[in-house]
Design a protein around this ligand. Structure first.
Ligand SMILES: NC(=O)c1ccc[n+]([C@@H]2O[C@H](COP(=O)([O-])OP(=O)(O)OC[C@H]3O[C@@H](n4cnc5c(N)ncnc54)[C@H](OP(=O)(O)O)[C@@H]3O)[C@@H](O)[C@H]2O)c1
Length: 315
């Protein structure tokens, strides 16, 4: 399959995104990802950006809160030298003190300044906190489109009911809800079980799968004897990593059929389920590997076998 066939519409918009985007949370984040430590530096981040474009992606996901604005600033620095069109998705964080509707437009203007752009391609509400999941506030997203500050709008971490409300509110304003960005991986299948994935697919709302590598756990490089560093150690305790071993072994085994790594197989599985993953990459090697999830597909039998192995882990 040609990589060009890995372009899909973003919801009901005329924007076309590649089936794998790149998550830029780690680009400046110290707390979870250890930016500023010894594992990766600014030159690794720059290389991850360049190699991502060389390997066929056309979009990056960031947020105003990632690295307290650093992630957007990195992108703002890199974008002018990009040799092809790059689409940017960023997010509004509903801090409890942001109670006025206009807060969303003001935050977006600040994001645009950091990104050195006059418009983003997708603007998302990061999570459904308090008023920001209510129709009056979701309609601030419509204001952002009408003001020409974003081409499309989406939500993140919204459950089915809140997604339906956002979808209907925006529809009334003549604007489609383009996407819902939610956690989805072989380690977290909640959206399959609670009906959100089906609802979004039925309504042409793109499901953007975040943490699609389970924060690195599906790559096979971590295990009970080699736990991940930092806060990830608590998120994925040794017992869970031990129970994940049959799944990791299956990812390796399936990968040999295609000369693909466990990470590439795990990402391909999320694509086969109708979602678009945004794996994070701290360096060029990770970026290139993750984008190798495009251009081919697992068979239905392989998807079913991965479902079964993952069910044994997540129940
Ligand atoms: N909307 C939300 O609430 C929300 C929440 C979380 C994430 N997100 C978005 O989703 C994106 C991705 O999620 P995520 O960063 O949480 O997790 P992820 O994509 O599942 O994992 C990324 C991490 O896995 C490791 N890794 C990546 N590629 C690898 C490879 N090929 N081989 C080995 N290790 C590899 C790297 O960490 P190490 O090298 O340190 O292991 C990397 O930082 C974020 O950047 C962000 O844009 C959104």
């Amino acid at each position: 399959m040609n990589k060009l066939q890995d372009l899909v519409p973003l919801g009901k918009t005329d924007i076309k995104i590649t089936t794998v985007g790149v998550g830029a949370w780690a680009w400046g984040d110290r707390m979870v990802w250890g930016y500023g430590g010894s594992s990766y530096d600014d030159s690794d981040i720059r290389a991850a950006f360049d190699v991502s474009l060389e390997n066929g992606t056309n979009w990056f996901d960031t947020a105003e809160v990632y690295g307290f604005g650093k992630s957007e600033r990195f992108l703002g620095k890199f974008l002018p030298s990009a040799t092809k069109e790059v689409l940017i998705a960023t997010k509004f964080f509903p801090f409890p003190w942001r109670i006025r509707k206009t807060a969303l437009l003001h935050a977006l203007e600040k994001s645009l300044k950091r990104l050195q752009k006059s418009q983003v391609d997708l603007y998302q509400i990061h999570m459904p906190f308090g008023r920001w999941s209510k129709p009056a506030y979701v309609s601030a997203l419509a204001d952002a489109v009408k003001a020409g500050l974003t081409r499309a709008v989406g939500v993140s971490n919204f459950n089915t009911e809140k997604t339906r409300l956002a979808h209907e509110t925006l529809q009334a304003a003549g604007i489609p809800l383009a996407s819902n960005q939610v956690e989805y991986s072989l380690f977290d299948r909640s959206i399959e079980k609670n009906g959100l994935l089906d609802y979004c697919l039925e309504n042409n709302i793109t499901v953007i799968a975040y943490s699609p590598l389970a924060k690195g756990m599906v790559t096979g490089k971590y295990g009970p004897e080699n736990p991940p560093p930092g806060p990830r150690k608590r998120m994925y305790p040794p017992e869970k990593l031990q129970r994940a071993q049959p799944l990791i072994n299956l990812l390796k085994e399936i990968g040999t059929n295609y000369s693909k790594s466990p990470a590439q197989v795990a990402l391909n599985w999320t694509i086969c389920k109708g979602t678009v993953p945004i794996p994070g990459a701290k360096n060029a090697k990770q970026a290139a590997e993750n984008l190798g999830a495009m251009g081919w597909r697992l068979t239905p039998d392989e998807v079913a076998a991965l479902d079964k192995a993952s069910n044994e882990l997540v129940g």
